[in-house]
Design a protein around this ligand. Sequence first.
Ligand code: MG
Length: 182
Amino acid sequence: MVEIRNISSFEDVVIIPNSLIVIDIDDTLIKYSQFNQSWWINKIQHYHTLTKNYELAEHLANEEWNKHIETCEPEIVDKYIHDFIDMAKSNDCHIVLLTARNDIIRELTKKHLLEVNLYFEHIYFNKDKGTELVKIVETDYAGIYKNIIVIDDMEKNLLNIRNKMNLSKYELQLYKITREIV
Ligand SMILES: [Mg+2]
């Protein structure tokens, strides 16, 4: 069984040469001070009271977030990230981003990443990260990488990935980066 390792910084990730490194965006790379954990909890609660439907409440909270982050300034979660990227590159690793964000905010996402000096050629948008990662390694990077390193702040994403990846074919390293509790 592949363990999920808890880390508090990118500094704690063991870079295995020739790996595909898959990184989440929100609360892993960037964050917005206005939208912390309590914002989400309150919003979802608010919409749940109105709709009595958890999935719908989550969707409505997400729509509100999509609309509002446009005017927000992103902040970097971990100041070590730029060194990590350099180190990964010098170890022949390739980095892609995998986010549960909606594809409609693709351009805004790129813009916000650039504002904190982060540029990535490949960003994948899918709430179902397990299914998406299987597709990524089987199509875009077919036969290239055996080692896959995944860094995300949400355990459910890492579990989804662990469930769907073919573990006899890939060496999977899963890292859960600590979420800031505000
Ligand atoms: Mg996240």
